[in-house]
Write a new protein. Structure first.
Length: 390
């Protein structure tokens, strides 16, 4: 009897912490922009992430999930403050989100120093793909240069010779314009950077376009800026004179306002809502059902972030102390994306296709984005060879 009691006591000691851990929520911090002009983007990210949790039954490896959403206000110092709060006060197990590269970059150090696993939903500065890569940092999206590089390739296919570039003056904007220059073989006749994030009047830039008269214009403006740029480009009579090409300026969030102005303006993205894989079909259908709107790429990549975190948690049965095993699983297996199954490069950036997306008028008069070509297959970012991880 004494031996039996001892064995039961030992069993309780070894299993009680595990049983407690199974009931304890997995805490995820999610940093994005939920106020002012960029709130629509952050809310779309939150909606996608929440739908991902719905599809997981609000649990990962049997453990409930708690998400703490923080607003970065599109300010690097605020993003850093919120990131530190999530790590030091909330003691989250994972961090996700981030739209803006200049907000993400200063937040990397406290995340990496604390060995907190980070799954970036959107931002893709070149530094975190290269010299600042980390075993604990993964991207659910891309490195910024990848998408515009594919657009540069498409511009070559369209025989554009003289190109003018316009974008916002912050890290992501510079990466986008740099990406086009990486692959475009014609002449860059001008390169203009505008104030970010609060410039919505582009009359000076459009006057320059009219004066230079390039063969085409490439522009990167997400959110409200993109809506305003396209409206003003058309109002100035340029849309019918000089072809406009873009990345991230036309999306499902802006289309209800841009409407027919989006027609004839091609873009490139790694995800389009009509990709014919089962994961994407389920995501798009259930998103429309839940939110009564078409999902944006902000929502799609945030949905993928939830899928990635779940893949890591499931592989260790919910035991989050086994961080290296979670990391190695993602490195070896990738994850089931709405873009199809994806694998990572050595720097934890997905290797993926880049698609031409074209605005198309639907029978009901609305405009939708459709996949019309694959510009680049299995693209790997240019900065992976600067990452010391092998």
């Amino acid at each position: 009897m004494r031996i039996l009691v001892s064995l039961i006591g030992a069993w309780l000691v070894t299993t009680a912490p595990f049983a407690f851990a199974q009931d304890k929520p997995i805490k995820i911090g999610f940093v994005s922009s939920f106020s002012a002009a960029t709130a629509l983007l952050g809310n779309s990210m939150r909606d996608g992430f929440e739908l991902g949790l719905d599809h997981l039954g609000r649990k990962m490896a049997g453990r409930p999930v708690e998400v703490i959403y923080e607003d970065d206000q599109v300010k690097p110092e605020v993003g850093l403050q919120k990131t530190r709060k999530l790590i030091e006060s909330d003691k989250v197990d994972f961090i996700s989100g981030y739209i803006w590269s200049n907000v993400l970059l200063p937040s990397l150090k406290p995340i990496v120093d604390s060995n907190t696993l980070l799954v970036v939903s959107m931002a893709g500065p070149s530094q975190f793909a290269g010299e600042l890569c980390s075993p604990y940092v993964f991207s659910a999206s891309w490195q910024n240069n990848q998408i515009p590089q594919a657009m540069g390739t498409y511009l070559n296919q369209q025989h554009v010779k003289r190109l003018l570039l316009i974008g916002p003056n912050y890290t992501g904007g510079k990466d986008m314009l740099s990406g086009v220059k990486n692959t475009f073989t014609g002449d860059i006749v001008d390169e203009m950077y505008t104030r970010w994030p609060d410039q919505f009047d582009f009359s000076a830039e459009l006057s320059k376009v009219n004066a230079v008269k390039p063969d085409a214009v490439f522009v990167f403006y997400p959110g409200t800026s993109g809506v305003q740029f396209l409206i003003q480009y058309s109002q100035n009579g340029l849309k019918n004179q000089i072809p406009l090409y873009t990345v991230f300026t036309i999306d499902e969030l802006g289309l209800p306002v841009q409407k027919d102005l989006a027609l004839g303006v091609p873009g490139v993205n790694a995800w389009v809502n009509d990709l014919p894989n089962d994961s994407n079909k389920r995501f798009v259908a259930d998103y429309k059902k839940k939110y009564n709107a078409a999902p944006s790429y902000y929502a799609a990549l945030s949905y993928d972030s939830a899928t990635m975190i779940d893949a890591a948690v499931e592989t260790v049965g919910g035991d989050l102390t086994r961080k290296d095993e979670m990391r190695r699983h993602l490195e070896a297996s990738g994850f089931a994306s709405v873009r199809g199954p994806l694998k990572f490069g050595n720097n934890h950036i997905p290797i993926q296709n880049m698609y031409l997306q074209t605005p198309v008028k639907q029978p009901d008069g609305s405009i939708a984005l459709r996949t019309t070509d694959t510009i680049v297959k299995n693209d790997q970012d240019l900065f992976h060879d600067k990452c010391p991880m092998k």
